[in-house]
Write a protein that binds this ligand. Structure first.
Ligand code: GTP
Length: 369
């Protein structure tokens, strides 16, 4: 039992070889398909080739064994260039070997004239590798070659002999299967796009604050660490502004929670309008906002903070015929290679506390403009 599980795991890791290198599900899917078809193609053609040799069908044996070598080489090429994502060559090699082999089987009849039965492999394999457009093009090309070989006058291009009914039935079935495989590939691709869109939408939603629609704390944390890495690398300074709405509890108590929500939405818009393109605003939590100012030392950050404070002070919020003046208090913290983001946030928090203690509607640390 244990050896069965170990064998299954070995097989799975073999077939999944290389998929771990990529996050893109389409690329992973292609790598998996090449591993699968390369391995299955190699094994089947090798076994059938040995079988044909034992049955003394030398030309069939040579063709099958040559195909198995091609399948094997395509796998080796695939693994060699896996990191560069250059597996188009392998995919073309596999498709070419399959098509050549199938045409040979049609021409020669394979073992006891059963060769043409293998052609049904072509449509699904072509769709798997080439997607809908490439798959249809290659399959139709194959069907054309099939028709030329099968229906050339007096069977001059055929080594084997088939009845007319057999040739046409195989052709009709092949065309039906092409349609079905094409439809399946189309639906698969549509579902893939749908799932991709959904996951991008959810990913975006997870990084936005649902009330104000500006980035949330999680998105800001990611941006802070990204920006801090640049600060350390280039030895410069970034600053953060921690903003808290003054007496917000009064707003809620006096006008209701709905009005309070509206104030937060409008404040977010005012903040966004005040900042430069490279700055980033986020809702840090409750009635607190955090602004990231890249490449900004403390002095410059103070000026931005004053601008933000004055903008809010000079734009009383209007909602349902009520106008109420709102003010904010702001604490500043700066980070450089000797002061981490965490310490900058702690300092901004302490400064915000001082701003509240100092009477609100002000910025700390205070500086000469
Ligand atoms: N409407 C609304 N209120 C919120 C939200 N998040 C937090 N609050 C409210 O914000 C208020 C914050 O109050 P406090 O922390 O006491 O501070 P404050 O009244 O703003 O006073 P100071 O900060 O000291 O100036 C609380 O009443 C919270 O309920 C929100 O999403 N919507």
């Amino acid at each position: 039992m244990n050896s069965l599980i170990a064998m299954k795991q070995l097989l799975l890791s073999y077939l999944n070889r290389g998929t771990e290198l990529y996050d893109d599900p389409e690329k992973r899917h292609k790598i998996l398909i090449i591993n699968w078809f390369g391995t299955v193609g190699f094994s089947i053609t090798f076994i059938l080739g040995i079988n044909a040799y034992l049955e003394n069908n030398i030309s069939l044996a040579i063709t099958l064994l040559l195909s198995s070598i091609l399948f094997f080489l395509s796998l080796q090429n695939h693994w060699l260039f896996l990191k560069q994502y250059r597996f188009e060559t392998s995919s073309t090699l596999i498709q070419l070997s399959l098509i050549t082999l199938m045409l040979y089987l049609v021409y020669s009849g394979g073992s006891n004239n059963t060769g043409p039965l293998w052609v049904f492999l072509v449509p699904p394999v072509m769709m798997f590798f080439g997607g809908l457009k490439g798959g249809l093009r290659n399959t139709l090309g194959f069907i054309l070659c099939y028709c030329v070989i099968m229906f050339y006058p007096d069977d001059q291009l055929l080594q084997a002999s088939y009845s007319y009914e057999f040739k046409t039935r195989v052709l009709y079935s092949l065309m039906t299967l092409t349609f079905l495989a094409g439809y399946y590939e189309y639906s698969r691709h549509q579902s893939f796009l749908h799932v991709k869109q959904l996951s991008e939408k959810f990913e975006q939603q997870a990084r936005r604050d649902h009330l104000t629609n500006i980035p949330n704390r999680r998105a800001m944390m990611e941006q802070l660490s990204y920006e801090y890495a640049r600060v350390v690398r280039n030895n410069n300074t970034m600053s953060i502004l921690l903003i808290d709405v003054d007496y917000f509890k009064h707003v809620n108590d006096q006008y209701g929670h709905k009005y309070g929500d509206e104030v937060l939405v409008k404040l977010a818009k005012l903040f966004e309008g005040t900042l430069r393109k490279q700055d980033m605003i986020s809702r840090w939590g409750g009635e607190e906002f955090l602004i990231l100012l890249p490449l900004t030392p403390l002095n410059d950050a103070y000026e931005v903070a004053e601008k933000v404070r004055l903008t809010i002070k000079n734009h009383p919020i209007e909602y349902e015929n009520t106008t109420i003046p709102i003010t904010v208090s702001i604490g500043i913290g700066s980070a450089d290679k000797d002061h981490t983001v965490d310490s900058a946030i702690t300092r901004a928090d302490e400064h915000l506390y001082q701003a509240k203690e100092g009477g609100r509607n002000c910025v700390y640390p205070q500086m000469a403009s």
